[in-house]
Write a protein that binds this ligand. Structure first.
Ligand SMILES: [Zn+2]
Length: 302
């Protein structure tokens, strides 16, 4: 028995299992390998992404997945990659589809988010959510067992650098782009950028009233200036900086049209009724267009 275990370990080591070169398919469906030791998980298109970055000092998780069964699947994937405990869990935003699963990793992991994240999570906390989820299915009931709310133990302001083993994680606060606290995570050596939810994949985003389009555009400029090779968005497949260019074009056109109609003396309600974006008819989230117009109107009104 002992020999058998030792033997499989050697085989595993030889083939690269238990090492950063594990292939995504070894982790299960929904995993994508970004680079050696960097894997992204999303159970289906459009779901939030959650990722693991292996380091010599232990893994770092980025976001806690769309729903609790996904969180457990990510954790199971992490356990196939390393037996080291998760060191940090970095959030890219505050919403449930990125943060509800904190408790699966923490403790022992330390959760990090930008200033104001914990307060926002407490404010948005729905005490009935766990019960409602558990009623959905047996799988979900199992997945929420042991749930407790975990808010970030560390909140940073503007910028934070984490040096862990051979890797560097640069956390960059993005102001007014999506949630109450948004963070881009930049791995300068690997040239991989986790871009949060300021841009999505061909979807008109649910823009909250405090979002400011000039700030969103500034965040694209900033993230573009890092010159990343690969971009892991908060939702959607791994991509490149073309995601920022697509959204920049969308918002520029939206603001231009809203501005022209406002200059003609049209009210916000009239603009909402008349303005169309036929060039983006294939994007999902069409029902979010009216509130995108409201947010755009904020940036054109004098
Ligand atoms: Zn969100």
């Amino acid at each position: 028995m002992k020999f058998k275990i030792a033997f499989s370990f050697v085989v595993a080591a030889v083939f690269g299992w238990l090492s950063p070169s594990v292939q995504a398919q070894d982790l299960g469906p929904g995993f994508t390998k970004v680079k050696d030791g960097i894997y992204v998980y999303a159970s289906k298109d459009g779901n939030s992404t959650c990722s693991v970055v292996l380091t010599e000092e232990g893994p770092v998780i980025i976001d806690a997945c769309q729903r609790p069964p996904d969180t457990h699947r990510l954790m199971a994937g992490v356990k196939k990659l390393t037996d080291k405990p998760v060191r940090f869990l970095i959030d890219t935003e505050v919403h449930n589809d990125h943060t509800f699963g904190h408790w699966v990793f923490s403790p022992p992991a330390i959760v990090i988010n930008a200033e104001g994240a914990g307060a926002a999570m407490k404010k948005q906390f729905d005490p009935k959510r766990t019960e409602a989820l558990a009623a959905e299915s047996g799988e979900m009931a199992e997945a929420v067992k042991g749930y407790k709310m975990v808010v970030p133990q560390i909140e940073y302001r503007n910028r934070m650098t984490i040096n862990l083993g051979e890797r560097i994680f640069e956390l960059i606060y993005l102001k007014n782009v999506h949630s109450d606290a948004d963070t881009a995570i930049w791995l300068p050596k690997e040239r991989v950028l986790f871009s949060a939810s300021a841009a999505n994949v061909k979807s008109i985003i649910n823009l909250r009233p405090f979002v400011r389009i000039p700030d969103v555009l500034a965040s694209y400029k900033l993230m573009n200036s890092l010159n990343p090779e690969m971009v892991v968005p908060g939702h959607g497949a791994v991509t490149t900086t073309k995601i920022f260019d697509e959204y920049e074009a969308f918002y520029n056109l939206l603001v231009k049209r809203v501005g022209e109609m406002a200059a003609q003396g049209k009210s916000l309600d009239e603009i909402k009724k008349e303005l169309k974006m036929p060039e983006y008819a294939d994007w999902t989230g069409q029902n979010n267009l009216p509130q995108n117009i409201t947010v755009a109107y904020e940036s054109v009104k004098k």
